[in-house]
Write a protein that binds this ligand. Structure first.
Ligand code: ADP
Ligand code: MG
Length: 345
């Protein structure tokens, strides 16, 4: 789950994800042929089969599995057939990276079963390639890096261009709340890819390789771009700065400032990047009115999904449940409190 730094990864910028308690688990047994048999608790339709080397796109969940085996085989890794049973408590399509959790957990299981020589960063890179090259989603590197490297107690401050990272402890005085809005991603693939294309267009017009190459001093130039490219680029540039300031705030324990950055990030996603929806805005506004909450923002790619809130320690559960209740009454949507998690998987 990303604390701040949204839509910055594919622009070569900074992100700050943290692990949530939800897990995807893969139990795997090698076979002595090249058959793959998989079952997932999150998918209907029973056991799916295919042969290594005969992967072909089906436009469903099995593509994440087939993408993993195709890329590993093409990389010359000594893989055999296997039976795998997948179970997950990560909500699908909620902006919490269930797809990266799936590919990374499968890659870890294969690494251990077949003794593959892969480190955690290489696993994340393959996870991204699975979505880019096989599934057909132009996702960035943040989700698989978070699934592969983040933990629950520190945020992973990641430079998405160099893949350098540093772990930043979560401030002791704060608790994270994550509430799913009950609104599933709307038109997610299409809109996500449109935003990427807009960023690329902005780069061409500005004469840079990636928006990461620009800073606050470039904003007047960015404002002069045609709509909506000016907004898209402004979001990415200001969001990168907010990640850097958020890291400083976490390290100095300035929770008010961190909360303020959450609000600014949300406004930028709503007005400049235009990836929020009205229900999410309502949930963020309700959270802002709470004394015990420093800040709240849409987390993940947008067009639905979840809101992350920074709450005063000791106020997690009570505030989350109250907010979920008021939100449900106001919008008619069915929210779900995901963090704090009721049970550990
Ligand atoms: P997000 O990653 O934000 O949850 P995506 O659209 O990127 O949303 O990925 C969701 C898709 O990933 C699902 O539609 C499904 O195809 C696949 N997926 C994720 N987790 C699982 C799982 N445990 N079992 C089967 N498929 C899964
Ligand atoms: Mg995903």
């Amino acid at each position: 789950m990303n604390l701040i730094g949204e839509h910055t990864d594919y622009n070569g910028g900074f992100v700050l994800p943290v692990a949530i308690p939800q897990r995807t688990r893969v139990e795997l047994a090698p076979r002595d042929d090249i058959q793959v048999q998989v079952w997932s608790s999150a998918a209907s339709g029973g056991v799916s089969n295919y042969k290594l080397g005969a992967e072909s796109r089906r436009k469903d969940w099995l593509d994440y599995i087939q993408g993993v085996t195709q890329i590993l085989c093409r990389e010359g890794k000594a893989l055999g057939g296997f039976d795998a049973c997948i179970s997950s408590t990560v909500p699908l399509g909620s902006g919490l990276s269930s797809s990266a959790a799936l590919s990374v957990s499968l890659l870890r299981a294969l690494r251990s079963a077949f003794g593959l020589d892969l480190n955690d960063v290489q696993i994340a890179r393959i996870g991204q390639r699975v979505e880019n090259e096989f599934v057909g989603a132009r996702v960035g590197i943040m989700d698989p890096m978070a699934a592969s490297l983040a933990d629950e107690h520190t945020a992973l401050f990641l430079d998405a261009r160099s893949l350098e990272y540093r772990r930043v402890p979560l401030p002791a005085g704060a608790k994270l709340i994550v509430i799913h809005s009950g609104v599933e991603h709307r038109l997610v693939g299409g809109d996500y890819n449109t935003r990427r294309a807009e960023c690329e267009k902005a780069c061409t017009l500005l004469g840079v390789e990636q928006l990461r190459d620009l800073g606050p001093a470039d904003l007047p130039r960015v404002d002069a771009l045609p709509e909506p490219l000016n907004r898209r680029a402004r979001h990415v540039i200001t969001e990168n700065q907010r990640v850097l300031t958020a890291v400083e705030s976490m390290e100095s324990g300035d929770l008010q400032r961190l909360g303020q950055l959450f609000h600014e990030s949300h406004a930028s996603m709503r007005d400049d990047y235009q990836v929020s929806v009205s229900e999410i805005d309502t949930l963020v506004e309700l959270a802002r009115a709470e004394q015990a909450i420093y800040g709240a923002r849409l987390t993940g790619g947008g067009f639905g999904g979840s809101v992350v809130m920074l709450a005063k320690a000791g106020h997690g559960w009570a505030v989350a449940l109250r907010l979920a209740g008021v939100y449900e009454k106001q919008t008619g949507c069915t929210p779900k409190v995901l963090v704090p998690a009721p049970v550990r998987a």
